[in-house]
Design a protein around this ligand. Structure first.
Ligand code: GLY
Length: 406
């Protein structure tokens, strides 16, 4: 080959490769926009006809009908988050406006201290809003929400109480999902310089690391503590197949949660924890070839069990960040890329389908036969987040765009 021609050819292949990748991501986001426009229409129509006022944000489909939920629902922040991610990618004013409108409806949650789900609700909505607009009013909501969340911390247990329900079964339940809400606390310390929130988050992460994991680094779902002594009373599940099984989304929350804890603290123990969780997930013999897990790694009917696209999306997003900290980074990127290729190629709704949700085939709670093989707003949220992280990585930018300290 002509020696002069070869570098030019390589360069043009690289450029056209990048262009092709950009084109396809542009198409994926264009499809997501089309779907979301439809979902906005459907959500508005459902809201108008809803018997309960204040029910505004699309969560899932129930018997083919759209189910909107109120701000107190744990998933209320995800649809505003989807709107922020569409704005993030496209820069379009329309998405900015919709994101602001839907985010505003979550604000009253900032003083709702009855649940641990504050991070899901407020960080996915206001957190993204603040990242993209630097609106000081959003900053105040984040800080107030962290203040409220911290009231659920019990220093004897060393953790935040997850639920107020099921008190007869679990007096002080802590669920692995709660790791996701620590991001809000870390952010509040970053924004205010007050280390109280950071300390609560670190204590919670350490207690969870000690009690939630089995020797193979799979995670229990619910650990019940004695609030007076901090003693572990029970190791149970709520949404998994059995107490000793590995509920897929729980493993995803663990991977993502310890990755963000490492980002915020640089404590190597958290990095190792996230890597070990990744090892459990990807060496599991029940992980399907397309890397979209069944709803539980130990579901009894595998391979005839529903998948959970939401778990796959959370894992992919977490892996992109983890890849930037770990010596196994290349492998994590390859796995996350594979998950996204599967979600994009196989699990997306047809255009105009699923009332405008982006992905299908998630599972909320199989044991209660609730939200099985349906779209879920958090699957869409983490899918778009993972796509944006993949893009940032390819552009050699920091995968996670951080707000400035103070
Ligand atoms: N945080 C509730 C769930 O993952 O289903």
């Amino acid at each position: 080959m002509n020696k002069k021609f070869f570098p030019a050819l390589v360069l043009s292949l690289v450029i056209s490769g990048c262009f092709a990748q950009k084109q396809s991501l542009t198409k994926v986001f264009a499809d997501a926009e089309t779907q979301t426009l439809q979902l906005l229409k459907e959500a508005a129509a459902t809201e108008k006809s809803a018997a309960t006022p204040g029910v505004f944000t699309p969560r899932t489909l129930e018997n083919g009908n759209l189910r909107n939920v109120a701000s107190r629902d744990w998933t209320s922040g995800f649809f505003p988050g989807v709107l922020w991610y569409l704005y993030d990618f496209t820069g379009k004013k329309q998405w900015l406006q919709e994101a602001k409108t839907y985010t505003a409806q979550v604000e009253k949650e900032k003083t709702n201290g009855t649940t641990h789900d504050m991070g899901f609700k407020v960080y996915c909505s206001f957190g993204n809003g603040y990242r993209l607009t630097k609106d000081p009013a959003y900053r105040e909501v984040i800080i107030q929400s962290a203040r409220t969340l911290a009231t659920r911390f019990n220093p004897t247990v060393g953790a935040i109480k997850s639920w107020d329900h099921h008190n007869d079964v679990w007096p002080f339940p802590v669920i692995i999902d709660n790791m996701m809400n620590l991001e809000l606390l870390f952010e509040a310390t970053n924004l205010t310089g007050d280390s109280t929130y950071y300390k609560v988050a670190v204590a919670h992460a350490n207690t969870t690391m000690k009690n939630h994991f089995r020797p193979d680094y799979s995670s229990y779902h619910v650990i019940a503590y004695d609030p007076a002594t901090g003693k572990v009373l029970k190791k149970n599940t709520h949404q998994g197949f059995s107490h000793e099984s590995a509920w897929a989304r729980g493993q995803a929350w663990a991977l993502y949660g310890y990755t963000l804890c490492y980002r915020e603290t640089r404590d190597k123990a958290y990095l190792a924890q996230a890597e070990n969780v990744a090892k459990f997930i990807f060496s599991n013999p029940h992980m399907p070839a397309d890397l979209v897990p069944y709803w539980d790694f130990d579901a009894p009917g595998i391979p005839n069990e529903p998948r959970d696209a939401s778990a796959a999306a959370v894992i992919a997003s977490g892996l992109y960040e983890l890849s930037t900290y770990s010596s196994a980074g290349k492998d994590y990127v390859a796995k996350a890329d594979k998950i996204l290729a599967s979600l994009t190629g196989i699990y997306r709704s047809p255009i105009g389908g699923n009332k405008g949700f982006i992905l299908g085939h998630s599972t909320g709670s199989k044991p209660s036969n609730s939200e099985v093989d349906v779209p879920l707003n958090y699957a869409d949220y983490y899918y778009l987040e993972a796509l944006l992280r993949q893009k940032r990585l390819a552009e050699k930018k920091s995968v996670v765009e951080l707000n400035k300290k103070n």
